[in-house]
Design a protein around this ligand. Structure first.
Ligand SMILES: Cc1cc2nc3c(=O)[nH]c(=O)nc-3n(C[C@H](O)[C@H](O)[C@H](O)COP(=O)(O)OP(=O)(O)OC[C@H]3O[C@@H](n4cnc5c(N)ncnc54)[C@H](O)[C@@H]3O)c2cc1C
Length: 303
């Protein structure tokens, strides 16, 4: 079967991102295996198309004008997850998840199988691939604490490497380089006390629900944490908590100043970007700290 059979045209990005922005992608495909990803990249190269790898769209602001190229979405079609004991140490086990598996599913699977250390991941709405790329984390832990092996595609070839903490940084990883496409993660986790694990999952979920605007479209924290500061606190100190420039829907969340939200899903990427720029300018003026975006931009002048 030709790879063109799985490529769709003019697919709207807005429903595929948690910020709920984005016009159409001129080419779009959701591959089912690594071979299809390699063929899709080849198709894009042959046709001079840009590519963008989309996971669960929870950290991207897609441009109102869409994306003039091929979006390769790693989602349900590549979302297998497997748990096995560590044959060398019965205290440990491995969880291997494909890139399109939801991180929350991964975290909940670890908890339900009685493995500790992945509780932080249960409330992060990304895919496993996006989480590896971004080194997603929360409450003092991140992917680098549990990852032991990553499979990825680079230069048209599937590669698998053992990883250590040095391969990851704050909200970045070596997989954010050289057009690498993460296809699966293998994590090693220690068996723990099931009740304590469930209690921690619940505690972190309750903390999140109490402090974050989870029912309004957003990308989570808009900015990286600047060294020695908290972005939300700086924004709040600049008087911007709950602030909006206009009635587009783009707003600094009144619940958590670190989140730019899209109230009602009515704002476009240009409204959100305008607000982000305003926040950066005002915070810089007040504190001398330049906030750097954690969110990534898809399409438009940021390609
Ligand atoms: C309500 C809310 C709460 C959040 N809380 C947290 C939090 O506590 N901690 C945290 O770290 N983040 C948090 N986030 C942000 C987001 O969930 C994470 O950054 C997540 O890891 C992004 O994964 P994704 O699959 O959605 O990636 P996407 O948004 O689809 O993509 C993000 C980037 O990763 C790249 N990418 C995605 N998949 C792959 C792949 N398989 N191979 C190569 N590149 C890939 C994309 O090209 C893009 O550059 C939150 C977001 C929301 C909306």
């Amino acid at each position: 079967m030709s790879i063109e059979n799985i490529i769709r045209r003019d697919v709207l990005l807005k429903p595929l991102t948690t910020m709920k922005t984005g016009g159409p992608a001129s080419y779009f495909a959701e591959p089912s295996n690594e071979e299809e990803i390699i063929e899709l990249i080849k198709f894009a190269n042959d046709n001079n198309l840009k590519t963008f790898i989309l996971g669960n769209g929870s950290n991207v602001i897609a441009d109102d004008d869409g994306f003039d190229g091929l979006i390769i979405k790693l989602g349900n079609n590549m979302s297998k997850i497997e748990v096995e004991d560590d044959p060398e140490d019965p205290q440990y086990g491995f969880i291997t998840a494909q890139a399109g598996c939801l991180l929350s599913k991964f975290g909940n699977m670890a908890a339900s199988e009685g493995y500790e250390g992945a509780e932080f991941s249960c409330g992060i709405p990304g895919s496993v691939g996006g989480a590896v790329f971004m080194n997603a984390g929360a409450y003092g832990r991140d992917i680098s604490d549990i990852a032991v092996e990553v499979r990825f595609i680079e230069d048209g070839e599937v590669k698998q490497i053992k990883v250590s903490k040095e391969d990851f940084g704050y909200r970045t990883s070596v997989f954010a380089q050289n057009g690498r496409i993460v296809t699966s993660l293998r994590a090693r986790l220690k068996k723990g006390d099931k009740e304590a694990i469930d209690a921690l999952v619940k505690e972190l979920r309750d903390k999140r629900t109490a402090s974050q605007p989870l029912t309004v479209p957003s990308c989570g924290s808009t900015f990286k944490r600047p060294e020695g500061y908290f972005a939300g606190k700086l924004i709040q100190d600049s008087g911007l908590k709950g602030f909006s420039l206009d009635d587009s829907g783009a707003e600094v969340s009144p619940k958590h100043a670190g989140f730019v939200v899209n109230n009602g899903g009515t704002a476009g990427s240009k409204d959100i970007k305008k607000l982000i720029k305003h926040i950066q300018d005002k915070v810089y003026e007040d504190s001398g700290v330049m906030l750097e975006c954690e969110v990534r931009f898809l399409g438009g002048s940021n390609e």
